[in-house]
Design a protein around this ligand. Structure first.
Ligand SMILES: *[C@@H]1O[C@H](CO)[C@@H](O)[C@H](O)[C@H]1NC(C)=O
Length: 206
């Protein structure tokens, strides 16, 4: 190979390596900025809910899944609510097996386990219905979507009532402060997380 050819090859090689460095830098910077946009979408959406901090705390990790799709955000919010209800349910179940509960306490904890079971069913139903509707651009007829969304809102509201009944049940009855606070700490967040999901659902356009 002639020296000039070698020279040309060297320059070409240099160009190619630089090009790939440049493109990878560009793509990684756009990766970060779109990630920022996704997080901002969640933050902004959460700011309209009753418990924005809690909303952002549990939903920010879904930024790359949600992007800026409000339907996906609602699906994630419902999944997190379901997860929270399941967590609370296992805590309440564990509490119901605790020794030394009075009859009143055992009754309240049992009600709580039952109410959380209802919450879990209602949330599962809501998640299924939302998946069927799919989003604003789906082929589902508009009135059908409206009917389904009304059902979802009813179920999620019922969930919040069930969860609140769980904590309300312990007030005014003969329950020790310890049992009360154990119920409260496991339930309060669930009701708040679910209420956030409902306000995100209420702001959907379809
Ligand atoms: C449910 O419990 C798991 C395991 O303890 C935890 O990682 C997760 O954050 C909890 N989720 C909610 C929504 O409380």
């Amino acid at each position: 190979m002639e020296a000039s050819n070698l020279h040309f090859l060297a320059i070409l090689l240099l160009l190619v390596t630089n090009m790939s460095a440049i493109t990878s830098a560009a793509s990684s910077s756009s990766f970060y900025s779109s990630n920022d946009n996704n997080s901002n979408f969640i933050k902004t959406s959460c700011s309209t809910t009753t418990y924005p901090k809690l909303c952002n705390q549990y939903l920010s990790s879904y930024a790359s899944v949600v992007r800026s799709n409000p339907w996906k955000l609602c699906n994630c919010a419902l999944s997190v609510s379901l997860q929270a209800a399941r967590n609370a349910s296992s805590l309440a179940t564990a509490l119901s097996k605790q020794r030394g509960l009075t009859k009143a306490e055992a009754g309240i904890v049992a009600d709580c386990v039952e109410n959380l079971g209802d919450s879990i069913d209602e949330l599962k139903q809501s998640i299924k219905a939302m998946a069927r509707i799919g989003g604003p651009s789906s082929s589902t007829a508009k009135d059908k979507a409206e009917f389904q969304m009304a059902n979802v809102k009813t179920w999620v509201s019922a969930t919040i009532t069930d969860e609140n009944t769980c904590t309300d049940g312990s007030t005014g009855r003969k329950v020790s402060a310890g049992v009360k606070s154990q119920i409260r700490s496991s339930i309060v967040d669930v009701a708040r997380i679910t209420s956030n999901a409902l306000s995100l659902i209420n702001s959907l356009k379809y």
